[in-house]
Ligand binder design. Structure first.
Ligand SMILES: CC(C)=CCC/C(C)=C/CC/C(C)=C/CC/C(C)=C/[C@@H]1[C@@H](COP(=O)(O)OP(=O)(O)O)[C@]1(C)CC/C=C(\C)CC/C=C(\C)CCC=C(C)C
Ligand SMILES: Nc1ncnc2c1ncn2[C@@H]1O[C@H](COP(=O)(O)OP(=O)(O)OP(=O)(O)O)[C@@H](O)[C@H]1O
Ligand SMILES: [Mn+2]
Length: 310
């Protein structure tokens, strides 16, 4: 279980920066094969910095989603936000933060996406329904679009082909929108995979307006009814998530050359969740849309090809 801040903690046993990055690596290994494989494809000097960002995001998510979430209050998140401010002020308050302090000092990383992610976790504390897609979109930006912004600051953009040589004063195109969009696409896939698990906790992320459009009720959802109404509703949700993936893909070629393969690979791995949901005939209530490791490895040559030519 990850550490929760019951008061602003002071570091008891200081760890070295290297040890702290090791702790971050252990967290990503434990929690996510997709993103761990992705980071192994990031060039070595940048890799550990993505681990530091991952560790902070994972701990933030665990506050409202993990086993200790029952004791998380708005005050817990206030303390977490103070701890964040301290990181950006160069003062780590625990051993995992040491790595992120180092990372934010080496890259042009803005604090705002981190604050926005905490605001997203706050939404989970006070709401369990979304009326419209617009409302869900804001939630998805906060909890996942923000990760796109944080990661892009480390991965960097391509400055060689990104601007025409005769236009040397022009700034390279920064694919901010596409980076946010990829995070949102992942979050939409994540929501569809976890419909059953979330329902068991009384949570429905699929917008109420969409349930109504397909004449599918909350009661149906809590009972796990899989019928033609549900399949049509899921087809609609999957198509929408894929539109977000398609928009995000257009931004990848603007990233620095070494970052394209990891982003393509994690995009292809995570978006396979949608294919598996289809293969499971849209039963997300009693079957987890799990993407096997061999499928992730099998997608690597195609990801490599896309990173070279697209
Ligand atoms: C290879 C690479 C650069 C990876 C980035 C790794 C990273 C820093 C991930 C952080 C993920 C995290 C813990 C976020 C906290 C909130 C959360 C849980 C969001 C969900 C992730 C999925 O995790 P998982 O399936 O393990 O979730 P649960 O078990 O259900 O808790 C999310 C769905 C969102 C993750 C979002 C991203 C990784 C952003 C992707 C965007 C980019 C890397 C920008 C690429 C740039 C362009 C131009 C397209
Ligand atoms: N059908 C399954 N077969 C084997 N292991 C499974 C299966 N479903 C879940 N698991 C286990 O549950 C863990 C979490 O599953 P999950 O779908 O989140 O994959 P993951 O490896 O964490 O990758 P990702 O980063 O894509 O979330 C996996 O690491 C795996 O150990
Ligand atoms: Mn997972």
């Amino acid at each position: 279980m990850l550490q929760l801040p019951d008061s602003i903690p002071r570091m008891k046993t200081p760890v070295s920066v290297d040890e702290s990055y090791k702790l971050c690596r252990q967290l990503i290994v434990k929690y996510s094969t997709t993103f761990y494989i992705g980071t192994l494809l990031v060039e070595k000097p940048k890799r550990k910095h993505i681990w530091a960002i991952y560790a902070w995001c994972r701990r933030t998510d665990e506050l409202v989603d993990g086993p200790a979430s029952a004791i998380t209050t708005p005050e817990t998140l206030d303390l977490w936000e103070q701890q964040l401010e301290s990181i950006f002020a160069g003062q780590p308050l625990d051993s995992i933060d040491v790595a992120l302090v180092d990372t934010v000092q080496r890259f042009p990383i803005d604090i705002q996406p981190f604050r926005d992610m905490i605001a997203g976790q706050r939404m989970d504390l006070y709401r369990s329904r979304y009326e419209t897609f617009e409302e869900l979109h804001l939630y998805c930006y906060r909890v996942a679009g923000t990760v796109g912004l944080m990661s892009t600051a480390v991965m960097g953009v391509d400055t060689s082909t990104n601007t025409a040589p005769w236009n040397c004063h022009q700034q390279p195109y920064i694919p901010t929108e596409e980076a946010i969009t990829l995070g949102i696409a992942h979050q939409l896939a994540n929501i569809l995979r976890d419909v059953g698990e979330d329902a068991r906790r009384g949570r429905i992320y699929i917008p109420q307006e969409d349930l109504a459009r397909f004449n599918y009720t909350e009661q149906d959802l809590f009972k796990g009814v899989v019928d033609e109404r549900w399949r049509s509703l899921m087809r609609f949700q999957i198509a929408r998530a894929r539109q977000f993936y398609a928009k995000a893909e257009k931004g990848i070629s603007y990233l620095s050359a070494d970052a394209r393969l990891p982003v393509w690979a994690s995009l292809m791995h995570y978006s396979r969740i949608l294919n598996i949901i289809e293969r499971n005939d849209y039963n997300v209530f009693t079957r987890r849309a799990y993407v096997p490791q061999w499928q992730k490895l099998r997608a690597l040559p195609a990801a490599w090809l896309r990173a070279q030519v697209l």
